[in-house]
Design a binder for this molecule. Structure first.
Ligand SMILES: [Zn+2]
Length: 456
């Protein structure tokens, strides 16, 4: 059936905590409630392929497809099972803080509703939720958020009979906190050893035009907010493309996107890209959701600050900062958290430009679109931490609010709203070129001098 076979020759585990997938192990029990006490949680009906699409012969360049997922639980154990069109090699490990199981796979097409694992809640409480998707070209990943400390017993493909689909079985067993921490620490050391040193970038030739970096939030395995079939990473990508197209059409800017497809880009990488490209402005696009308050609506423009402007801003920053953890990345030190007098001066000036642009954006946005009742806020957003690139984060609205959803899913609204963003950017650079002065916009900020011209 499959063009590619799982590598059965591999040793079962390179270390106690890195399970390398091998072929058939145990025959899997059936679905529904099972004799051995395994309870199956069926995923919500979604975008899955029909069951007869299971037996697919892979052509060269084609990837295995996952077309169903379910959880089976028994006592202190839980299994997350994906039905696949072909076997894959899987590598599994655990990470702490937040507690997760990571399963790395070769590129796999997940023909599943992205909301499938949103709130899985296996009866044993081991699997709180899970997600899946692309991590990097050629690499896919499953991330399981743990409800209790667990170890991976196996992450391997098996097949119940010759006609049935291949199943990737990720089997977890509850453990104590100490054993879990030891496993996570072991994985962390191994990951650090495997990490490739970043190749030094050849400096970009200075662009004759100001570089605008448009950053569609999330991507790949990190879906962002998901409400009733609306996926943040998709909505914000369409919006970012619309903004980029309008700026491109203007001709005065060089526009760069942090991602131009549905791929995952770590937060620090987005910051690095902006700095490497000598971006003159970084605009991150997101969409919020607030399940407890469906009446909260409208766009909000955020800038970075050491202390959050209010509790709501702190909540949003915390959520957006989880992007890397959602994709199963280990905690990384923020390279931008260095200090020094020169650094502080640069950062202070950059923040003044960020505030100036944020105000400009709010003023342009209000001409044609709805704003949150407190549309200018600040908090510790990691993606806005480039010390030398003015950066803002625009939350387009709330996926939990009906009016906002109507707007965000309307092509006409997208056209209008993206025009306002493009106009705000043009106004910002026009002000810089005219030598306008950034005034004090934040009690923590000292006023700075003349804005330098945008051009070379
Ligand atoms: Zn977001």
């Amino acid at each position: 059936m499959a063009a590619r076979k799982a590598n059965r020759g591999e040793s079962m585990a390179k270390s106690a905590f890195f399970c390398k997938a091998v072929g058939a192990a145990t025959a899997m029990p059936g679905m529904a409630v099972l004799a051995a006490g395994w309870l199956t949680l069926l995923p919500p009906a979604g975008r899955g392929l029909p069951a007869d699409a299971a037996a697919v012969r892979l052509e060269p360049g084609e990837h295995p497809a996952a077309h169903a997922a379910r959880i089976e639980s028994s006592g202190d154990r839980a299994k997350l099972i994906f039905e696949l069109s072909a076997p894959v090699d899987a590598t599994a490990f655990v990470l702490a803080d937040p507690d997760r199981v990571i399963v790395d796979l070769p590129q796999t097409d997940f023909a599943l509703d992205p909301e499938t694992g949103k709130a899985a809640h296996s009866p044993a409480g081991l699997i709180a939720s899970y997600r899946f998707g692309q991590l990097a070209p050629g690499k896919s990943r499953v991330v399981i958020d743990l409800g209790a400390p667990a170890l991976v017993l196996r992450a391997a493909c098996d097949k119940s009979d010759s006609d049935g689909p291949t199943r990737l079985v990720i089997e977890l067993a509850k453990t104590d906190r100490r054993s879990f921490q030891a496993a996570a620490q072991s994985a962390r050391i191994r990951l650090a050893a495997l990490a490739q040193p970043k190749k030094p970038q050849t400096p970009e030739p200075e662009s004759a035009k100001p570089v605008i970096m448009v950053d569609p939030g999330h991507g790949g395995i990190d879906h962002g907010a998901m409400v009733k079939g609306l996926i943040e990473k998709e909505l914000v990508f369409d919006f970012a493309k619309a903004v980029a197209a309008k700026l491109d059409a203007d001709g005065r800017f060089k526009v760069v996107m942090t991602r131009d497809d549905d791929s995952f880009v770590p937060l620090s990488e987005r910051v690095r890209m902006a700095r490497d490209k000598n971006a003159a402005l970084f605009v991150s696009i997101h969409a919020d959701t607030l399940s407890s308050a469906a009446d909260v609506s409208g766009a909000t423009v955020y800038t970075v600050s050491d202390r959050a402007s209010d509790a709501e801003a702190a909540r949003v920053a915390e959520k957006e900062n989880q992007s890397d953890a959602a994709a199963g990345l280990d905690k990384t030190e923020d390279a931008s958290d260095v200090s020094g007098i020169l650094f502080d001066l640069t950062r202070r000036e950059t923040r003044a430009y960020s505030h100036f642009f944020a105000h400009t954006l709010v003023n342009y946005w209000r001409i044609a679109c709805r704003l949150n009742k407190n549309p200018r806020r600040s908090a510790g957003f990691r993606v806005l931490k480039a010390p030398d690139v003015p950066s803002v984060l625009l939350e387009l609205g709330y996926l939990s609010n009906e009016k906002d959803v109507l707007a965000l899913t309307s092509a006409q609204w997208r056209d209008t709203a993206s025009s306002q963003v493009a106009e705000a950017i043009k106004a910002f650079f026009a002000a810089r070129e005219s030598g306008a002065t950034v005034t004090k916009t934040d009690p923590n900020l000292a006023p700075v001098g003349k804005i330098p011209s945008a051009g070379p």
